[in-house]
Design a protein around this ligand. Structure first.
Ligand SMILES: Cc1cc2nc3c(=O)[nH]c(=O)nc-3n(C[C@H](O)[C@H](O)[C@H](O)COP(=O)(O)OP(=O)(O)OC[C@H]3O[C@@H](n4cnc5c(N)ncnc54)[C@H](O)[C@@H]3O)c2cc1C
Length: 404
């Protein structure tokens, strides 16, 4: 039997999950090429809240891997929103809108556990030098790379999966990177040692006008902090904003005292400003499959997502589980047709992703210039928003084949 040649570029969140599953298929010759070395910890400075929908998807696709991920994390079980003086606006148990908890985890820990799950499959330290359509067949593609000084090339790839993140070289090589749509919010993220003495635990937000602090505890012994402030669309983040005085003036209540959590968060953030990650929230147009070629995108390469509801890595996990389940099912049934797989994944995922993107932007309302956190929090306690949140967390779309 001639095997189908599949190449995965990138072993991040989506790539590592997909590589683990596809490596088990007898009909597939799999190559997974990752840029960094196994000991790379460049994402160690960030924590992630991963939504209940991702855990539900992973449990359905790969219960063993889901258990390993959960073992390295803490449960994300509630969402509390307060004013920066400590006045609670709402306190939502996620079990009221989800079938299971989400998780809180260090980004580097998530990479470690997912990559360990695909041990022996991922080739590390690969520098891609060319990605192009095959000379002999434009549906197929070829990839060249160097690994520790040695040049390699694969031709006639039946399915190329570009899971190489937001600045995807794969998507650049074929249809080009989509232009970002800025949401109008800047975000500063940092991971600090937990010296709060129990002040910070599950997912919480504190508002001073539209300026928001968000924090939660992640194992082992750290607190992840994400501070946001409004910014004009397209405006750059100025160096002079990155000072202690500006941060304190932005997040401490003007006419009153900050609550104990906000005091601790401000101290911790100001002590770590130099190591913080500064970015502007943005999203970008969805593309799961090249229209003319057998090339698939998943996760950040397929869609940029405003991070307000913690759906970036979350949807990357859903995407990977969906693609893995579809390919496994089709291959088992003898349907070795990558073009058909691409269509099935696009149909299963596009509407779902657009919904997650739209809801993430809607939930950003309280972070925009002039927003009132009290009314913004209020509508999030009412049935229309809670129904949407329940749809996001419960109705994962994994491409089940409809009978008939
Ligand atoms: C600071 C920060 C905080 C975040 N917080 C959250 C959160 O709380 N919750 C959440 O759900 N999401 C969060 N996200 C988003 C989330 O991290 C991403 O959406 C998620 O990692 C996307 O997964 P992915 O598999 O598409 O890409 P990635 O995880 O980025 O993986 C891409 C992989 O491809 C590799 N790669 C890149 N280029 C090449 C190349 N040319 N050749 C070979 N390999 C390559 C990379 O090394 C990497 O391993 C956050 C993002 C940031 C930046």
């Amino acid at each position: 039997m001639k095997k189908l040649k599949i190449v995965i570029i990138g072993a991040g969140v989506a790539g590592a999950i997909l590589a683990r599953r596809l490596a088990r298929l007898p009909q597939v010759e799999l190559h997974c090429l990752e840029k960094v070395e196994p000991e790379d910890h460049s994402e160690a400075g960030t924590g992630l809240n991963v939504g209940p929908n991702a855990i539900k998807a992973l449990q359905q696709c790969d219960a063993e891997l889901a258990a390993q991920v959960c073992a390295q994390s803490l449960p994300w079980a509630s969402w509390r929103t307060s004013l920066s003086d400590g006045t609670v606006l709402f306190d939502l148990p996620l079990e009221s809108v989800a079938d299971n908890a989400g998780i809180r985890i260090r980004w580097s820990e998530l990479y470690d556990v997912l990559r360990a799950g695909a041990q022996g499959v991922i080739q590390y330290g690969c520098e891609i030098t060319a990605i192009a359509p095959s000379a002999s067949d434009p549906l197929r593609s070829s990839v060249s790379w160097t690994q520790r000084g040695v040049q390699h090339r694969l031709d006639d790839i039946d399915l190329l999966v570009g899971v190489d993140g937001r600045y995807s070289a794969t998507r650049s090589a074929f249809s080009g990177l989509p232009p970002p749509r800025h949401v109008g919010v800047a975000i500063v993220r940092t991971l600090v040692e937990d010296t709060s003495g129990g002040l910070i635990d599950d997912y919480e937000q504190w508002f001073n006008g539209p300026h928001r602090l968000l924090a939660f505890r992640v194992p082992p012994g750290h607190v992840y902090i994400a501070a946001t402030f409004p910014i004009a669309q397209g405006e750059q983040i100025h160096e002079e904003w990155k000072t202690e005085a500006v941060m304190r003036a932005t997040y401490a209540p003007a006419g009153g005292q900050p609550c104990a959590q906000v005091r601790w968060l401000l101290d911790a953030m100001c002590a770590n400003l130099a190591d913080s990650h500064w970015a502007r929230m943005q999203e970008s147009e969805v593309l799961f499959a090249e229209p003319q070629r057998q090339v698939m995108y998943l996760g950040d390469s397929a869609h940029g997502m405003a991070p307000t509801l913690g759906q970036g890595a979350t949807q990357a996990i859903e995407d990977a589980c969906c693609a893995a389940l579809i390919i496994e099912r089709e291959a088992a049934a003898g349907r070795l047709d990558p073009r058909g797989w691409l269509d099935l994944v696009s149909v299963a995922r596009t509407e779902r992703i657009r919904f997650a993107m739209e809801l993430s932007v809607q939930a950003t309302d309280t972070l925009l210039q002039g927003a009132d956190p009290v009314s913004g929090a209020h509508w999030k306690t009412e049935p229309p928003f809670l129904d949407q949140l329940s749809r996001l967390f419960r109705q994962v779309a994994l491409g089940q084949r409809v009978a008939g």
